[in-house]
Structures are given as C-alpha cells and as structure tokens.
Design a protein around this ligand. Structure first.
Ligand SMILES: [Zn+2]
Length: 336
C-alpha cells in the first residue's frame, strides 16, 4: 500500500478538497480505467488515518499510522479486493498445480467479515476506513451484504468504493454514497511521469491509450514484451519452453492475441505476399509462411480461437503457453 500518490492526480486532490469538507460515511470514487482512481483512494485512506496531518490534505508519511498503512497493517484499515489482486504470497504457491483458482470477484465472505471489524471500536481513536476496489467486482448478493453496513455505519467510519463502472452498482448502493468523479489528470505532469517511467513516446502512448496514464504505461511495457516475443517466434529453431518462460506473468490473452495476429499474417502473406499487422517484419513472415501449408495455418488459427476463450482461466498457465508455442513450432516446421 503506497503513500506515493502520482503527482498528476493533484487536480483530483483540489476537487476533493472542495467536495469533502463534510465527509460522508461512504464515497463512490470513479474514473475511467487507468486514471488512477484506486491510487487516489489509497491516498485519501492514508490521509484519513494519518495522525499528524494537521491542516495538510495528504498523509504525512512519517507518523506511526502512516508507517502502518505503508506496511499494510493499520488496524483500522481494510482493503477489499478480489483474490486475484491480493498480493498475499501464501496464496501464490503454485507447486504441483494444486493451486486453487483465485477469484476475480470480491467474495461475499470478504464483505461479511467486515461485520467483526466494524463491531469493535477503532484501535486508534481516529477514523476507520474500508477501501473496496473494484467495487463492481461485487455481485448483487455481495453488494446487498454490504448495504447493511452502508445503511448503519458506526461512527467515524468511511467506506471508499472505487470503480470505473458506477452503473454496475446497485442503485441502493449508489444512493448511499457521495459520488466523486475524478477530474482529468494534469496532462503535462502525466507526460513527464510517463517519460520518467521510460516510455519512449509519451504523447503517442497517451493518445493511443485514450488519455489513460496507467493504460499508456501498461501498453508501453506490454509493447516491449510483444516485440521480444515476436523476435523469439521468428527464430527458425526457437525453444517453446524458454519462450514461454520469457512471458511468464503476462496476461495469457495477450500471448494468444500476438499469435493470432502473427498467424493471420502468415496466411495473408502466403496468399497475397502482404501482411496486415507486421509490415515491418514482412520478409521474415514471408519466409516462414513459405515453409507452412495453408491448411495447417488455418487449423492453428482455429485452435488459437479456442485457446482465446480459455485464456482467462486455464488450469495451468505455464502449460497453456507452452502448448500454444509447441503447436506453433510444429506448424512452422511442416514441409510444404
Ligand atoms: Zn501520517
């Protein structure tokens, strides 16, 4: 849990100052995907818990409460996220493939467990803060379970519900929250920040991410992974296992996307000599396509389409990618 909220979120802090003079017990913080709403809400939570804030609006970063918050063990703070986002190393063990599937939803038990937290007084005589992100990861049952706490909140308790999709929350939940729409970030500072993060063409990256700062950063990082991956694919005798390792931890859907585009270009190149997605690699693709049979490329594309639908929840991520690549190698090794 970091106290370092991006400085490009300052317009959000200014708006927050104006709107939060009388802080309600529940706030619905919303912004488009990748605009830093979660990070901002963490900053707000830290500020609400800070014991040394004085008249400042942000957490001091040095008091005991801030240190606890930073180390994620402030007794008066609860962060509720889907298991898939939780950084608990305990649930990360993946030996022998026995790992249980980690939920993308916020489970109803997570919300029910709040009752215990709320039934005892605050440990530090200050605020108690509950941050729920993304709030739309709660289904209707879970939202209903939360409703009771939102209706009768204990004193000095603040719920921060963060989402990019406020319309996915029940009207009953929405109506109990003050709505806070994050204003657009400070564009100049976003560009400077992207540059500091090593993004080569911040302006272009930001534009292609639709103005989303975190989206631009993610796309830039994934772009360098993609290029490395494509470099691997074009090697005549690449090692599928090693190439799979090199993209470990990446969203599997990305790997399938890259292979789909690459294979589409193989087929296109075979018939027309042109490529659609990789014009800069046209000659390599033509060379590989020459070694493949068209019907094998089509079969591989059909297999990728099936894999696409499984990529969100494979039984074993490592085997999943290895299988994609082993089949690809078989395809490009075929003699025409
Ligand atoms: Zn502090």
């Amino acid at each position: 849990m970091s106290l370092n909220v991006f400085d490009w979120l300052d317009p959000a802090w200014n708006a927050w100052d104006r709107q939060s003079a009388k802080l309600p017990h529940a706030v619905l913080v919303h912004a488009p995907e990748g605009h830093g709403a979660f990070e901002f809400a963490q900053g707000v939570a830290a500020a609400l818990l800070c014991e040394n804030r004085g008249s400042g609006r942000k957490a001091c970063g040095v008091c005991v409460a801030c240190r606890w918050f930073d180390q994620r063990n402030h007794p008066d703070f609860r962060l509720i996220v889907p298991e898939i986002m939780s950084e608990d190393p305990q649930s990360d063990g993946n030996e022998s493939g026995r790992r249980e599937k980690r939920s993308e939803q916020i489970r109803i038990e997570q919300v029910r467990e709040l009752a215990d937290f709320l039934s005892v007084g605050a440990h530090r005589r200050g605020n108690r803060v509950i941050l729920i992100y993304p709030a739309d990861a709660m289904n209707a049952h879970t939202q209903n379970a939360l409703l009771k706490s939102l209706e009768e909140p204990p004193p000095a308790t603040v719920f921060l519900l963060v989402t990019s999709h406020p319309d996915r929350l029940l009207p009953t939940v929405r109506s109990r929250c003050m709505r806070f729409a994050l204003p657009a970030p400070d564009a100049e500072r976003v560009l400077r920040w992207l540059k500091e993060q090593g993004v080569g063409h911040p302006g272009a990256a930001l534009a292609s991410a639709g103005g989303s700062p975190l989206g631009a950063l993610e796309a830039a990082e994934s772009e360098s992974d993609r290029l490395r991956f494509l470099d691997g694919l074009k090697e005549p005798r690449f090692d599928p296992i090693r190439l799979a390792e090199s993209i470990q931890g990446m969203p599997l859907g990305d790997a399938v996307d890259w292979l789909q585009r690459w294979s589409c270009d193989l087929l296109l190149s075979k018939f027309t000599g042109a490529t659609r997605y990789h014009p800069e690699r046209g000659s390599v693709i033509a060379e590989i396509a020459h070694r493949c049979r068209a019907e094998d490329i089509c079969a591989y594309l059909r297999y990728l389409a099936q894999a696409r639908s499984l990529s969100g929840h494979p039984l074993n991520a490592k085997l999943f990618v290895e299988d994609l690549l082993l089949r690809y190698r078989r395809l490009v090794e075929a003699d025409s």
